[in-house]
Design a protein around this ligand. Structure first.
Ligand SMILES: *Cc1c(COP(=O)(O)O)cnc(C)c1O
Length: 365
């Protein structure tokens, strides 16, 4: 290659492969490949977005003040509202993940993540020249002992997805054990992208850990339950030290004005989120049940997707994906997660979820 040479690690970054959204020769597909919201977007958020159209010549509020206040009001932590000063908003939680990696790690440092955690952690580590360390999971769930064993003096950041991209979650006491075992120089980032969907008593999004320690950050997204993936909006809640660092490093106008306006309306539409949670509970249970009835093993999921396993040579994951694609149903392969025998299916509307089962039934014969 001629021309300028990028920093070490950059050329090792694999190009991110998003979930498929088109099939040649088909106008309409059922897209269940990116864990997007089954119910679309809150009408209130759409209206707030549209209302901004006349003001596009103005810079956004660089501090995203209204949005941070709205987020703080709606998310109680131990009965109290969050402190809006301890929130940073970003262009998706992807941006926050990259900012955290860039702020705390670089060449010679390690960024620890779990084997089937969000792929972005590894990409962010490589992007800042740090070494990504993938720690094996147990039952497709982060393994606290394995993580603690692998945290060295060189570790700067530990990323865990909770829920995990496999659909499992770490209960509160395990998260506590992980945090308690970490040295102060390691920042624990709890990525709770699917928190809105979880209704288990022993689940903690991580908010309550943030107030009690200097080295825990929780990240959230508007891309999943809130149905705003196209706008790119995420946020994090962290201790003052970390928040100050992120505010120095981020772009001064990193969140667009329409994204802020839609975000305020979306976060205040708690009825929409409750509907999304209930819809997901109903159809995720239904899908998991139907998979059992068809004899298809799957990873039990608390999020808005289910990973089904097809390890039979003649009925492989690739064959299942191709078959479903022939029926216009787009699902996700798990190759980037090192799970080549799994197929990840997002929970869609009732008819979409039924179409998945219908297609799989034909596939299995
Ligand atoms: C989708 C997802 C995100 C990223 O969300 P954006 O806010 O759209 O960047 C982060 N973490 C996990 C685990 C996800 O599944």
């Amino acid at each position: 290659m001629n021309g300028p040479i990028p920093r070490g690690g950059v050329l090792e970054i694999p190009i991110y492969v998003p979930g498929r959204s088109r099939v040649d020769g088909r106008d309409r597909v059922i897209k269940l490949s990116s864990n997007e919201s089954a119910l679309g977007t809150s009408e209130k958020a759409i209206a707030a977005y549209q209302a901004l159209a006349g003001d596009l010549h103005r810079y956004p509020d660089g501090a995203a003040s209204e949005l941070r206040k709205a987020i703080a009001r709606v998310h109680p932590a131990g009965g109290n509202a969050l402190n809006a000063d301890n929130i940073v908003c970003g262009e998706g939680s992807d941006e926050i993940i990259h900012l955290l990696a860039a702020a705390y790690a670089g060449s010679g440092d390690e960024i620890v993540h779990t084997a089937h955690g969000f792929v972005m952690y590894r990409l962010a580590a490589l992007g800042v020249g740090a070494e990504p360390v993938a720690v094996p999971e147990r039952d497709w769930t982060p393994d606290v002992d394995a993580l603690l064993d692998r945290v060295t003096d060189r570790c700067r950041v530990v990323f865990v997805s909770n829920p995990n991209p496999t659909g499992t979650y770490l209960p509160r006491d395990e998260l506590t054990r992980l945090h308690d075992g970490l040295p102060d120089h390691a920042l624990l980032v709890i990525d709770a992208a699917y928190a809105e969907y979880v209704s288990r008593d022993d689940y903690a999004s991580g908010l309550e850990f943030v107030g009690a320690a200097d080295n825990v950050v929780m990240t959230r997204t508007f891309s999943k339950a809130y149905g705003l993936a196209g706008l790119r909006l995420g946020w994090c809640y962290g201790p003052t030290g970390v928040i100050e660092v992120l505010n120095r490093l981020r772009g001064p106008f990193n969140v667009t004005a329409p994204a802020q306006a839609a975000g305020v309306a979306a976060v205040e539409d708690t009825e929409f989120i409750e509907r999304a949670r209930q819809h997901n509970e109903t159809w995720s249970s239904w899908l998991q049940n139907e998979l059992s009835r068809m004899g298809v093993p799957y990873i039990p999921s608390v999020a808005n997707f289910v990973c089904a396993e097809f390890s039979n040579e003649s009925k492989s994951a690739t064959a299942a994906i191709d078959h479903m694609m022939g029926d216009g149903v787009l699902v996700r392969d798990m190759n980037a997660y090192g799970l080549p025998n799994h197929v990840r299916i997002t929970i869609g509307l009732e008819e979409e979820t039924r179409a998945v089962v219908e297609s799989l039934r034909n596939f299995l014969g």
